[in-house]
Design a binder for this molecule. Structure first.
Ligand code: PGA
Length: 244
C-alpha cells in the first residue's frame, strides 16, 4: 500500500501526518506500507517513521551515479538517507517532464542495481483507451521499461497500473477494467521474466483510490495493492485504504 504525496506537504506537515498515522497502522502486518513524500520531506519522514512498519520512498531517481544534472537526485543520495523504495515513470513525469519509456528503463536499471525497490508506473491515456489501444500501450510500456533487465535483477520490482484518465479525476477504473489491465501486465511479465517471476509480481492499482472504493478494487484477485495520491494525504483516509 503506497502513498504518493506528489508536491504536497512541508516537513512540519510531514511530521504531523506521521504523528497521527503511525498509531493507526501500528500492528498492521497484512500489507507493506510505503509513503513517498517530496524529496525535501524525506529526512522528516524517515526520522518520524524510524522503527515503525512504514517504509519511505522517493518519487523519482536519476540513472547516473552523480554528475552535472541540476535538479536531479541519485540512488546514492536516496540510500544515504535510508530510503528503500522509489516511484519510477509516474504518468505526471511522462506527461509534464518528458519522461519516456527509455528513460524509465534507465531509471529502473539504476534503482534495481542500487538495491532500491522500484514502483514502476504504467497506464494508458483516455484517447488510447477509447481507441481500443490499452493492451498495446501496456505491453509496449512493459517491454521498453524492462528491456535488458534480468528476472534476477528485477526480483524486487513492483508495478503500478495507473490509467491516466483516473488519476486525480475522481474517475476510477471499474474493478473489472483494472483487473483486465493487471492480467495483461502479468502476461507480459511472464513473457519477459518467466512464469515464476510473474506469479510473485506485485501489481498495484492507482487512480482515484478512496476509502469508499478500496475494498472492491483491491479484493480483485489480480490487484495486489494500491498506489494512492490524493487520499493518502490524510492519515485517517490512508489508514482506511490500508486496512480496507
Ligand atoms: P490519485 O493519484 O489517487 O490522486 O488519483 C494516484 C497517483 O497518481 O499515484
Amino acid at each position: 500500500m503506497a502513498a504518493n504525496w506528489k508536491m504536497y506537504k512541508t516537513p512540519d506537515q510531514t511530521r504531523d501526518f506521521f504523528r497521527d498515522f503511525l498509531p493507526l497502522v501500528s500492528g498492521h502486518t497484512r500489507d507493506e506500507i510505503v509513503v513517498c513524500p517530496p524529496f525535501l520531506d524525506l529526512p522528516a519522514a524517515l526520522e518520524a517513521a524510524k522503527g515503525s512498519n512504514v517504509s519511505i520512498g522517493g518519487q523519482n531517481v536519476h540513472w547516473k551515479e552523480e554528475g552535472a544534472f541540476t535538479g536531479e537526485t541519485s540512488a546514492a543520495l536516496l540510500l544515504a538517507l535510508g530510503v528503500t523504495h522509489v516511484i519510477i515513470g509516474h504518468s505526471e513525469r511522462r506527461q509534464y517532464f518528458g519522461e519516456t519509456d527509455d528513460t524509465v528503463n534507465l531509471r529502473l536499471k539504476t534503482a534495481l542495481e542500487a538495491g532500491l525497490i522500484p514502483i514502476c508506473c504504467v497506464g494508458e491515456v483516455l484517447e488510447e483507451r477509447e481507441a481500443g489501444l490499452t493492451d498495446d500501450v501496456l505491453r509496449r510500456q512493459c517491454v521498453r521499461a524492462f528491456h535488458a533487465i534480468s528476472a534476477k535483477k528485477a526480483a524486487k520490482l513492483i508495478i503500478a497500473y495507473e490509467p491516466v484518465w483516473a488519476i486525480g479525476t475522481g474517475k476510477t477504473a471499474t474493478p473489472e477494467l483494472a483487473a483486465e489491465a493487471h492480467a495483461v501486465i502479468r502476461t507480459e511479465a511472464t513473457e519477459i521474466f518467466g512464469e515464476e517471476f510473474a506469479a510473485n509480481l506485485r501489481i498495484l492499482y492507482g487512480g482515484s483510490v478512496k476509502p469508499e472504493n478500496a475494498t472492491t478494487l483491491i479484493s480483485q484477485e489480480e490487484i495486489d495493492g494500491a498506489l494512492v495520491g490524493g487520499a493518502s494525504l490524510d492519515p485517517k483516509s490512508f489508514t482506511a485504504i490500508v486496512k480496507y
